[in-house]
Design a protein around this ligand. Structure first.
Ligand SMILES: Nc1ncnc2c1ncn2[C@@H]1O[C@H](COP(=O)(O)OP(=O)(O)OP(=O)(O)O)[C@@H](O)[C@H]1O
Ligand SMILES: [Mg+2]
Length: 462
């Protein structure tokens, strides 16, 4: 993934990245607000050695520097904590209090800072006060020789513990900034991970990865499809009309030697737009003055008749069982002049019917009467019907739903066609998301090149 692709991924997946970012900011703010604030009070003491008792000042300095750490540790000792608890009558254990006291030697000096943390700023100062005075007493006691005499060490208070009204923890700003940074990284990581794990078809490259068949056209997602499903309901310059015009043009380049006459339109799984594609392709072809027949061979979920507003009861099955003559079973879609063979009554054994010799004979006969026959088929993966139909036809068009159909499903679907000796003419990418148009997807889908050009480029690559 190069930088440009990375930006495109962010552009496409920005919603989830922003959601993760906001979530992280929310969590870090929530946690910061939930944490009980802690206040600090710090005192500073100076350790002095009575030089009169020591051999000389140099030895005194050496003495202090070796001992300073030990003195500092005394501030956190449980003995000292016990004394402070007694003085202040605190309701806590020595260990708890020691945990709130920290001390350290200021480097290369004899100064020790003693810090007390408490949820109450006043209490922190009060405890620090007592800790410091008890520290002085305790240290001097320890340094008093056993046989009496004066303490060698003198602990002097240089800075009395102050009252500090600003909490030291939590640091709201720091936590939110940290949360925001973590959220940003996680958000970007999620966007990239989703992209890498996304196996759905989103670009023409995705299709090229799994099949040699060209992308014949791409049809954008149309919100108005419910109110105006057919090209005859749309204007000449509507995007969907343009897409089908391109599909029609591209089909001309297929099989130049042996003109394609019977086309089956299918897809891997249900609901990818086979019926809409088959019907509108048939209309687009009929609009050029050719004689075109659409056959609804989806005997399980027939929809062509209702899409074109003709009678669904008379059709393929009625003609096959001999109830009507084929000529009587064919209806006409007035707006386009397209001929329609609906599915007819629902049979219990669709695959068997489509495999039968009568069906083969029927299609062969119809071939003589029409310039083009478009067959609307069921999906390839759940049932065998479409594979059977692809052997009846000259070739198949595979409808792939943008961002929904996975590459594995395309592979399986292509195999279903080729395994029975069928021919895949190409792929129509349907319901291409708006935001995929106008980006790098635009290049692949919207400007789908004529098949010839794609072929030439393909063979040059090889
Ligand atoms: N380009 C499009 N934009 C928006 N919606 C679409 C588009 N193409 C198809 N649809 C909608 O998708 C749904 C399925 O379409 P259609 O019936 O053509 O699919 P199908 O593959 O034939 O389904 P089935 O497997 O049930 O036969 C319909 O509601 C249709 O209106
Ligand atoms: Mg259908």
């Amino acid at each position: 993934m190069d930088f440009k692709q990375f930006l495109l991924v962010l552009r496409r997946r920005w919603r989830s990245a922003v959601a993760v970012f906001l979530l992280a900011v929310g969590i870090s703010t929530g946690i910061s607000l939930a944490i009980t604030p802690q206040y600090e009070s710090t005192a500073k003491v100076f350790l002095a050695v009575d030089v009169r008792n020591a051999t000389d000042a140099y030895a005194a300095t050496l003495f202090l520097s070796t001992r300073a750490e030990s003195y500092a540790d005394l501030a956190g000792s449980s003995e000292l904590a016990e004394r402070v608890i007694d003085v202040l009558d605190l309701d806590m254990t020595a260990a708890e209090l020691s945990g709130r006291i920290s001390s350290e030697v200021i480097e290369e000096t004899s100064l020790i800072t003693i810090t007390v943390t408490d949820p109450d700023a006043r209490q922190a100062q009060k405890i620090a006060d007592v800790v410091t005075s008890e520290f002085q007493t305790y240290t001097e006691e320890l340094e008093t020789p056993g046989d009496g005499g004066e303490s060698q060490i003198d602990v002097r208070l240089t800075d009395a513990p102050e009252y500090n009204p600003d909490p030291v923890k939590p640091n709201l700003v720091l936590n939110i900034v940290a949360g925001a940074l973590i959220g940003l990284l996680l958000g970007i990581a999620l966007a990239v991970a989703r992209e890498v794990l996304d196996r759905t078809v989103r670009t023409a490259e995705n299709i090229a990865e799994v099949t040699d068949a060209p992308v014949l056209a791409s049809v954008g997602f149309d919100n108005q499809i419910k109110s105006s499903p057919l090209l005859t309901d749309l204007g000449t310059f509507a995007a969907r009309t343009e897409a089908f015009r391109l599909l029609r043009t591209n089909l001309q380049f297929i099989d130049l030697d042996q003109k394609a006459r019977v086309l089956v339109v299918t897809s891997a799984v249900p609901g990818e737009g086979k019926t809409m594609t088959a019907t509108n392709l048939a209309i687009a072809l009929a609009q050029t003055g050719r004689t075109v027949l659409i056959v609804d061979a989806d005997l399980r979920r027939p929809r062509v008749a209702s899409a074109l507003g003709v009678d669904p009861a008379v059709g393929l099955t009625t003609a096959l069982v001999g109830k009507t003559q084929i000529e009587d079973a064919i209806q006409v879609h007035e707006a386009s002049g397209l001929h329609v063979l609906a599915s007819g009554a629902k049979p219990p054994n669709p695959t068997e019917i489509l495999q039968s010799r009568v069906t083969h004979d029927l299609i062969r006969r119809l071939r003589q009467s029409y310039d083009m026959i478009i067959i609307d088929a069921p999906p390839l993966l759940p049932v065998a019907d479409a594979s059977v139909l692809s052997t009846l036809a000259d070739g198949a068009i595979l409808v792939v739903r943008h961002g929904q159909t996975t590459r594995d499903q395309v592979v399986d679907a292509v195999n279903r066609v080729t395994q029975v000796g069928g021919r895949l003419y190409g792929v129509v990418v349907n319901m291409v998301a708006k935001r995929a148009i106008g980006s790098y997807y635009y290049y692949y889908y919207e400007e789908t090149k004529p098949v010839e050009q794609q072929r030439r480029q393909g063979s040059r690559k090889k």
